[in-house]
Design a protein around this ligand. Sequence first.
Ligand code: CA
Length: 428
Amino acid sequence: MERTVLLVLSIAMLLPRSSRFARSLLALALLGLIALAGASGAEAAKRGVVAVDQVTVGAPGNPSISIVPFTDAVYPSCSAAPSGSSNCMTIGSVPNRFQIGELEVTVGQWVEFLNTIDPKGRNRFELFSQFQKPNVWPQYGQVRRVAKAKAGEHYLIGSEVWADKPYGFADFPSAARFANSLTNGTLLDKSTSTEAGFQVTTYRVRLSAESTKGMYDLGDRASKRMKKRGFVVPSQNEWVKAAYYDPATQTYWKYPTNPGVYGDGSATAPTPTSLDYSSGDVVNQAVQPLATFRQSGLPAPVWCPSYAQVSGACSTQNPFGLGPQAYAEAYVAGLSTVGQALTRSPWGTLDQGGNAVEWTDTVTAPPFGVSGKRTWRRLHGGVSNAPAYQMWPSAVGLQPEDNIFYDHVYPWLGFRIGVIGNLSVSGR
Ligand SMILES: [Ca+2]
Protein backbone atom coordinates (compact mmCIF):
# COMPACT_ATOMS: atom_id res chain seq x y z
CA MET A 1 0.00 0.00 0.00
CA GLU A 2 2.80 2.34 0.91
CA ARG A 3 4.46 1.52 -2.42
CA THR A 4 1.28 2.47 -4.29
CA VAL A 5 1.19 5.83 -2.60
CA LEU A 6 4.84 6.45 -3.43
CA LEU A 7 4.18 5.48 -7.04
CA VAL A 8 1.24 7.89 -7.26
CA LEU A 9 3.39 10.56 -5.69
CA SER A 10 6.17 9.95 -8.21
CA ILE A 11 3.75 10.16 -11.12
CA ALA A 12 2.35 13.38 -9.72
CA MET A 13 5.85 14.81 -9.47
CA LEU A 14 6.49 14.05 -13.13
CA LEU A 15 3.44 16.02 -14.28
CA PRO A 16 3.56 19.80 -14.85
CA ARG A 17 3.10 21.70 -11.60
CA SER A 18 0.18 23.61 -13.02
CA SER A 19 -1.76 20.50 -13.81
CA ARG A 20 -4.86 20.37 -11.66
CA PHE A 21 -4.89 16.61 -12.05
CA ALA A 22 -1.35 16.40 -10.74
CA ARG A 23 -2.14 18.63 -7.81
CA SER A 24 -5.15 16.58 -6.81
CA LEU A 25 -3.17 13.40 -7.20
CA LEU A 26 -0.41 14.89 -5.11
CA ALA A 27 -2.90 15.98 -2.51
CA LEU A 28 -4.42 12.52 -2.41
CA ALA A 29 -1.03 10.90 -2.24
CA LEU A 30 0.09 13.19 0.55
CA LEU A 31 -3.09 12.51 2.45
CA GLY A 32 -2.44 8.83 2.00
CA LEU A 33 1.14 9.23 3.10
CA ILE A 34 0.16 11.21 6.14
CA ALA A 35 -2.49 8.66 7.03
CA LEU A 36 0.00 5.86 6.56
CA ALA A 37 2.73 7.65 8.46
CA GLY A 38 0.23 8.22 11.25
CA ALA A 39 -0.72 4.57 11.35
CA SER A 40 2.75 3.10 11.02
CA GLY A 41 4.23 5.78 13.30
CA ALA A 42 1.78 4.97 16.05
CA GLU A 43 2.25 1.27 15.43
CA ALA A 44 6.03 1.51 15.57
CA ALA A 45 5.93 3.71 18.65
CA LYS A 46 3.60 1.37 20.45
CA ARG A 47 5.41 -1.86 19.70
CA GLY A 48 9.13 -1.95 20.21
CA VAL A 49 11.35 -4.59 18.67
CA VAL A 50 13.88 -6.50 20.76
CA ALA A 51 16.40 -9.18 19.83
CA VAL A 52 16.80 -12.01 22.31
CA ASP A 53 19.88 -14.24 22.02
CA GLN A 54 19.41 -17.81 23.22
CA VAL A 55 21.66 -20.83 23.66
CA THR A 56 20.30 -24.36 23.50
CA VAL A 57 20.52 -26.72 26.46
CA GLY A 58 20.35 -30.36 25.37
CA ALA A 59 21.02 -33.61 27.26
CA PRO A 60 17.34 -34.10 28.16
CA GLY A 61 16.80 -36.13 31.30
CA ASN A 62 20.22 -35.26 32.75
CA PRO A 63 20.95 -36.44 36.30
CA SER A 64 20.02 -34.05 39.10
CA ILE A 65 22.16 -33.06 42.06
CA SER A 66 21.21 -32.61 45.66
CA ILE A 67 22.37 -29.68 47.73
CA VAL A 68 22.04 -28.36 51.24
CA PRO A 69 21.34 -24.64 50.81
CA PHE A 70 24.44 -22.44 50.86
CA THR A 71 26.91 -25.23 51.64
CA ASP A 72 30.07 -26.08 49.72
CA ALA A 73 29.08 -29.51 48.41
CA VAL A 74 26.82 -31.39 46.02
CA TYR A 75 25.45 -34.92 46.44
CA PRO A 76 24.06 -37.49 44.00
CA SER A 77 20.91 -37.61 46.14
CA CYS A 78 19.63 -36.28 49.44
CA SER A 79 20.17 -39.69 51.02
CA ALA A 80 23.90 -39.08 50.50
CA ALA A 81 23.75 -35.69 52.25
CA PRO A 82 24.90 -35.42 55.88
CA SER A 83 22.30 -36.75 58.28
CA GLY A 84 20.07 -34.05 59.68
CA SER A 85 20.07 -32.08 56.40
CA SER A 86 16.32 -31.78 56.42
CA ASN A 87 16.47 -28.87 54.02
CA CYS A 88 18.32 -30.83 51.33
CA MET A 89 16.97 -30.13 47.82
CA THR A 90 17.29 -31.93 44.51
CA ILE A 91 17.74 -29.67 41.48
CA GLY A 92 19.06 -29.42 37.94
CA SER A 93 17.36 -32.19 35.96
CA VAL A 94 15.29 -31.09 32.95
CA PRO A 95 13.44 -33.71 30.87
CA ASN A 96 13.34 -31.72 27.63
CA ARG A 97 15.55 -29.51 25.48
CA PHE A 98 15.10 -25.80 26.06
CA GLN A 99 16.80 -22.50 25.39
CA ILE A 100 18.02 -19.87 27.81
CA GLY A 101 19.20 -16.31 27.36
CA GLU A 102 22.86 -15.96 26.53
CA LEU A 103 22.69 -12.69 28.48
CA GLU A 104 20.65 -10.94 31.15
CA VAL A 105 17.83 -8.66 29.94
CA THR A 106 19.26 -5.19 29.43
CA VAL A 107 17.99 -1.72 30.29
CA GLY A 108 17.75 -1.02 26.54
CA GLN A 109 15.40 -3.98 26.07
CA TRP A 110 13.46 -3.03 29.19
CA VAL A 111 12.79 0.50 27.95
CA GLU A 112 11.49 -0.86 24.61
CA PHE A 113 9.16 -3.04 26.64
CA LEU A 114 7.95 -0.20 28.91
CA ASN A 115 7.18 2.00 25.91
CA THR A 116 5.29 -0.86 24.27
CA ILE A 117 3.06 -1.84 27.17
CA ASP A 118 2.60 1.70 28.49
CA PRO A 119 2.79 3.99 25.44
CA LYS A 120 1.27 6.95 27.29
CA GLY A 121 3.89 6.77 30.02
CA ARG A 122 1.34 6.61 32.84
CA ASN A 123 3.07 3.84 34.74
CA ARG A 124 0.04 1.62 34.19
CA PHE A 125 1.54 -1.44 35.82
CA GLU A 126 3.69 0.33 38.39
CA LEU A 127 6.88 -0.98 36.85
CA PHE A 128 8.57 2.37 37.17
CA SER A 129 9.41 4.26 40.34
CA GLN A 130 11.31 7.36 41.23
CA PHE A 131 14.07 5.11 42.59
CA GLN A 132 14.96 4.23 39.01
CA LYS A 133 15.51 7.84 37.96
CA PRO A 134 19.11 8.98 37.48
CA ASN A 135 18.33 12.44 38.86
CA VAL A 136 16.91 10.89 42.06
CA TRP A 137 19.48 8.12 42.40
CA PRO A 138 22.49 9.18 40.33
CA GLN A 139 24.63 6.07 40.82
CA TYR A 140 21.97 3.48 39.99
CA GLY A 141 19.08 5.23 38.22
CA GLN A 142 18.67 3.37 34.93
CA VAL A 143 15.45 4.72 33.43
CA ARG A 144 14.00 8.17 32.80
CA ARG A 145 10.38 9.07 32.16
CA VAL A 146 9.39 12.26 30.39
CA ALA A 147 5.89 13.73 30.46
CA LYS A 148 6.11 15.53 27.13
CA ALA A 149 6.73 12.93 24.48
CA LYS A 150 5.04 11.12 21.63
CA ALA A 151 3.11 7.96 22.42
CA GLY A 152 5.58 5.15 22.98
CA GLU A 153 8.49 7.46 23.75
CA HIS A 154 7.91 8.44 27.37
CA TYR A 155 10.49 6.05 28.80
CA LEU A 156 14.17 6.57 28.07
CA ILE A 157 17.41 4.91 29.05
CA GLY A 158 18.85 6.82 32.04
CA SER A 159 21.85 7.58 29.85
CA GLU A 160 23.51 5.77 26.95
CA VAL A 161 25.88 4.05 29.33
CA TRP A 162 22.97 2.02 30.78
CA ALA A 163 21.78 0.55 27.47
CA ASP A 164 23.78 -2.69 27.78
CA LYS A 165 23.63 -3.10 31.55
CA PRO A 166 21.28 -5.65 33.10
CA TYR A 167 17.94 -4.17 34.15
CA GLY A 168 18.34 -4.20 37.92
CA PHE A 169 14.93 -3.39 39.44
CA ALA A 170 13.01 -6.52 38.46
CA ASP A 171 10.56 -8.46 40.57
CA PHE A 172 8.96 -11.65 39.32
CA PRO A 173 5.71 -10.12 38.03
CA SER A 174 7.66 -7.58 35.99
CA ALA A 175 9.89 -10.29 34.52
CA ALA A 176 6.78 -12.37 33.73
CA ARG A 177 5.22 -9.36 32.00
CA PHE A 178 8.29 -9.09 29.81
CA ALA A 179 7.99 -12.79 28.93
CA ASN A 180 4.28 -12.30 28.18
CA SER A 181 4.94 -9.35 25.90
CA LEU A 182 7.47 -11.46 23.98
CA THR A 183 5.21 -14.52 23.87
CA ASN A 184 2.26 -12.43 22.61
CA GLY A 185 4.50 -10.54 20.21
CA THR A 186 5.30 -11.12 16.55
CA LEU A 187 8.38 -13.20 15.81
CA LEU A 188 9.89 -11.27 12.91
CA ASP A 189 13.02 -13.29 12.44
CA LYS A 190 14.94 -16.22 13.88
CA SER A 191 18.57 -16.70 12.94
CA THR A 192 21.52 -18.68 14.21
CA SER A 193 25.17 -17.79 14.57
CA THR A 194 28.15 -19.29 16.30
CA GLU A 195 29.81 -17.49 19.18
CA ALA A 196 32.84 -18.90 20.98
CA GLY A 197 31.92 -22.33 19.64
CA PHE A 198 28.31 -22.18 20.83
CA GLN A 199 25.28 -21.96 18.56
CA VAL A 200 23.25 -18.87 19.41
CA THR A 201 19.67 -18.38 18.19
CA THR A 202 18.59 -14.77 17.84
CA TYR A 203 14.85 -14.09 18.02
CA ARG A 204 13.82 -10.68 16.76
CA VAL A 205 10.39 -9.95 18.21
CA ARG A 206 7.97 -7.07 17.81
CA LEU A 207 6.69 -6.89 21.38
CA SER A 208 3.00 -7.03 22.21
CA ALA A 209 1.24 -4.40 24.30
CA GLU A 210 -0.59 -7.24 26.06
CA SER A 211 1.49 -8.21 29.07
CA THR A 212 -0.97 -9.32 31.73
CA LYS A 213 -1.79 -12.69 30.17
CA GLY A 214 0.41 -14.76 27.91
CA MET A 215 2.96 -17.27 29.14
CA TYR A 216 1.85 -16.34 32.68
CA ASP A 217 -1.48 -15.05 33.96
CA LEU A 218 -0.61 -12.26 36.34
CA GLY A 219 -4.15 -12.30 37.66
CA ASP A 220 -3.36 -15.64 39.27
CA ARG A 221 -1.48 -15.99 42.49
CA ALA A 222 1.60 -18.17 42.00
CA SER A 223 1.08 -18.03 38.24
CA LYS A 224 2.62 -20.88 36.28
CA ARG A 225 3.46 -21.37 32.61
CA MET A 226 0.28 -21.59 30.55
CA LYS A 227 1.75 -22.51 27.17
CA LYS A 228 3.97 -25.22 25.77
CA ARG A 229 5.72 -22.79 23.45
CA GLY A 230 6.98 -19.30 23.99
CA PHE A 231 9.24 -17.08 26.06
CA VAL A 232 9.63 -17.83 29.75
CA VAL A 233 11.44 -16.83 32.89
CA PRO A 234 13.67 -19.93 33.33
CA SER A 235 12.71 -22.41 36.02
CA GLN A 236 15.17 -23.16 38.81
CA ASN A 237 16.05 -26.50 37.20
CA GLU A 238 16.57 -24.93 33.78
CA TRP A 239 18.64 -22.14 35.26
CA VAL A 240 20.82 -24.51 37.30
CA LYS A 241 21.33 -26.94 34.42
CA ALA A 242 22.32 -24.15 32.02
CA ALA A 243 24.73 -22.66 34.54
CA TYR A 244 26.47 -25.74 35.97
CA TYR A 245 25.71 -29.06 34.25
CA ASP A 246 28.60 -30.18 32.08
CA PRO A 247 27.35 -32.77 29.56
CA ALA A 248 30.90 -33.89 28.80
CA THR A 249 31.57 -35.08 32.35
CA GLN A 250 27.94 -35.36 33.50
CA THR A 251 28.89 -33.40 36.60
CA TYR A 252 27.90 -30.02 37.96
CA TRP A 253 30.43 -27.20 38.02
CA LYS A 254 30.82 -25.24 41.24
CA TYR A 255 30.61 -21.90 39.41
CA PRO A 256 28.80 -21.00 36.17
CA THR A 257 32.24 -19.94 34.93
CA ASN A 258 34.45 -22.96 35.77
CA PRO A 259 34.34 -26.42 37.36
CA GLY A 260 36.06 -25.31 40.58
CA VAL A 261 36.60 -27.68 43.47
CA TYR A 262 33.87 -28.46 46.00
CA GLY A 263 35.05 -28.09 49.58
CA ASP A 264 37.75 -25.49 48.91
CA GLY A 265 35.68 -22.43 49.92
CA SER A 266 36.33 -19.69 47.40
CA ALA A 267 39.84 -20.83 46.40
CA THR A 268 38.80 -21.83 42.87
CA ALA A 269 36.33 -18.97 42.37
CA PRO A 270 36.64 -16.91 39.20
CA THR A 271 38.51 -13.61 39.34
CA PRO A 272 36.28 -10.56 39.93
CA THR A 273 35.90 -8.19 37.01
CA SER A 274 37.56 -4.78 37.02
CA LEU A 275 35.35 -2.11 35.51
CA ASP A 276 36.06 1.11 33.68
CA TYR A 277 34.97 3.69 36.26
CA SER A 278 32.84 5.78 33.89
CA SER A 279 31.34 3.13 31.61
CA GLY A 280 31.07 -0.11 33.60
CA ASP A 281 32.84 -1.96 30.78
CA VAL A 282 35.01 -4.90 31.84
CA VAL A 283 38.69 -4.04 31.48
CA ASN A 284 40.44 -7.22 32.68
CA GLN A 285 39.09 -9.68 30.12
CA ALA A 286 42.57 -11.13 29.63
CA VAL A 287 42.13 -12.83 33.01
CA GLN A 288 39.86 -15.87 32.89
CA PRO A 289 37.61 -17.18 34.34
CA LEU A 290 35.97 -13.91 35.27
CA ALA A 291 32.69 -12.83 36.93
CA THR A 292 31.21 -9.65 38.39
CA PHE A 293 31.06 -10.43 42.12
CA ARG A 294 32.73 -9.35 45.35
CA GLN A 295 35.66 -11.57 46.27
CA SER A 296 36.24 -11.64 50.04
CA GLY A 297 38.97 -9.23 51.01
CA LEU A 298 38.77 -7.30 47.74
CA PRO A 299 36.71 -4.28 46.78
CA ALA A 300 33.60 -5.06 44.71
CA PRO A 301 33.59 -4.22 40.99
CA VAL A 302 32.25 -0.67 40.83
CA TRP A 303 31.71 2.14 38.35
CA CYS A 304 29.88 5.43 38.34
CA PRO A 305 28.06 7.13 35.46
CA SER A 306 29.97 10.30 34.60
CA TYR A 307 26.98 12.53 35.44
CA ALA A 308 27.04 11.12 38.99
CA GLN A 309 30.75 11.56 39.58
CA VAL A 310 31.59 14.07 42.23
CA SER A 311 34.99 15.04 43.48
CA GLY A 312 36.76 11.83 44.47
CA ALA A 313 33.83 9.43 44.22
CA CYS A 314 30.28 8.74 43.10
CA SER A 315 27.35 10.81 44.29
CA THR A 316 25.88 9.53 47.53
CA GLN A 317 22.52 11.12 46.71
CA ASN A 318 19.87 8.46 47.24
CA PRO A 319 16.08 8.28 47.43
CA PHE A 320 15.76 6.67 50.84
CA GLY A 321 17.56 9.08 53.09
CA LEU A 322 20.76 7.17 53.82
CA GLY A 323 23.53 9.41 55.08
CA PRO A 324 26.66 9.65 52.93
CA GLN A 325 28.72 7.20 55.01
CA ALA A 326 26.02 4.54 55.36
CA TYR A 327 25.26 4.92 51.69
CA ALA A 328 28.87 4.56 50.61
CA GLU A 329 29.21 1.42 52.72
CA ALA A 330 26.04 -0.21 51.37
CA TYR A 331 26.30 0.67 47.70
CA VAL A 332 29.77 -0.36 46.66
CA ALA A 333 29.09 -2.51 43.60
CA GLY A 334 28.03 -1.97 40.04
CA LEU A 335 26.41 -3.99 37.26
CA SER A 336 28.84 -4.50 34.40
CA THR A 337 28.11 -4.33 30.69
CA VAL A 338 26.45 -7.66 29.84
CA GLY A 339 28.61 -10.43 28.42
CA GLN A 340 31.91 -8.65 28.77
CA ALA A 341 33.36 -11.01 31.36
CA LEU A 342 33.50 -13.45 28.40
CA THR A 343 33.45 -16.56 30.60
CA ARG A 344 30.78 -19.03 29.51
CA SER A 345 28.87 -21.79 31.27
CA PRO A 346 29.01 -25.35 29.88
CA TRP A 347 26.16 -24.34 27.50
CA GLY A 348 27.47 -20.94 26.49
CA THR A 349 25.63 -18.50 28.78
CA LEU A 350 27.33 -15.37 30.11
CA ASP A 351 26.92 -13.68 33.51
CA GLN A 352 24.99 -16.50 35.16
CA GLY A 353 27.84 -16.19 37.62
CA GLY A 354 27.47 -12.75 39.20
CA ASN A 355 26.41 -9.39 37.75
CA ALA A 356 22.63 -9.17 38.38
CA VAL A 357 21.10 -11.89 40.56
CA GLU A 358 18.32 -13.52 38.56
CA TRP A 359 14.70 -14.53 39.08
CA THR A 360 13.46 -17.99 38.21
CA ASP A 361 9.75 -18.84 37.87
CA THR A 362 9.99 -21.65 40.44
CA VAL A 363 7.59 -21.18 43.33
CA THR A 364 8.81 -22.24 46.74
CA ALA A 365 7.48 -22.35 50.27
CA PRO A 366 8.35 -19.32 52.38
CA PRO A 367 11.26 -19.70 54.82
CA PHE A 368 10.53 -21.50 58.08
CA GLY A 369 8.47 -19.35 60.39
CA VAL A 370 7.20 -16.95 57.71
CA SER A 371 3.46 -17.00 57.22
CA GLY A 372 1.18 -15.12 54.89
CA LYS A 373 -0.18 -15.45 51.41
CA ARG A 374 2.70 -14.07 49.44
CA THR A 375 4.21 -16.16 46.67
CA TRP A 376 7.91 -16.82 47.05
CA ARG A 377 10.18 -17.74 44.15
CA ARG A 378 13.76 -18.86 43.72
CA LEU A 379 16.64 -16.69 42.56
CA HIS A 380 20.12 -17.71 41.50
CA GLY A 381 23.56 -16.82 40.40
CA GLY A 382 25.30 -14.41 42.75
CA VAL A 383 25.50 -10.67 42.36
CA SER A 384 28.07 -7.93 42.01
CA ASN A 385 27.99 -7.05 45.71
CA ALA A 386 28.09 -10.61 47.14
CA PRO A 387 30.87 -13.15 47.74
CA ALA A 388 31.71 -16.22 45.68
CA TYR A 389 29.46 -18.64 47.60
CA GLN A 390 26.42 -16.93 46.11
CA MET A 391 27.50 -18.37 42.75
CA TRP A 392 27.41 -22.00 43.95
CA PRO A 393 24.58 -24.28 42.82
CA SER A 394 23.62 -24.57 46.49
CA ALA A 395 22.89 -20.80 46.65
CA VAL A 396 19.15 -21.25 46.27
CA GLY A 397 17.94 -17.78 47.17
CA LEU A 398 14.27 -16.97 47.67
CA GLN A 399 12.20 -13.80 47.81
CA PRO A 400 8.55 -12.82 47.80
CA GLU A 401 7.84 -12.41 44.09
CA ASP A 402 6.69 -8.82 44.55
CA ASN A 403 8.92 -7.49 47.29
CA ILE A 404 8.34 -3.75 46.93
CA PHE A 405 11.07 -2.93 49.42
CA TYR A 406 13.63 -4.82 47.34
CA ASP A 407 12.28 -3.32 44.13
CA HIS A 408 13.24 0.05 45.51
CA VAL A 409 16.46 -0.32 47.45
CA TYR A 410 18.13 -3.18 45.61
CA PRO A 411 19.40 -2.14 42.16
CA TRP A 412 21.00 -5.49 41.20
CA LEU A 413 17.96 -7.72 40.72
CA GLY A 414 17.50 -8.91 37.15
CA PHE A 415 16.48 -11.85 34.99
CA ARG A 416 17.10 -13.55 31.71
CA ILE A 417 14.57 -14.96 29.27
CA GLY A 418 14.28 -18.55 28.08
CA VAL A 419 12.43 -20.24 25.24
CA ILE A 420 10.40 -23.46 25.37
CA GLY A 421 9.12 -25.28 22.28
CA ASN A 422 9.81 -24.53 18.66
CA LEU A 423 8.83 -20.98 17.72
CA SER A 424 7.97 -20.19 14.11
CA VAL A 425 8.57 -16.90 12.38
CA SER A 426 5.31 -15.10 11.75
CA GLY A 427 3.88 -15.88 8.29
CA ARG A 428 6.24 -18.76 7.57
CA1 CA B 1 23.65 -12.84 36.63
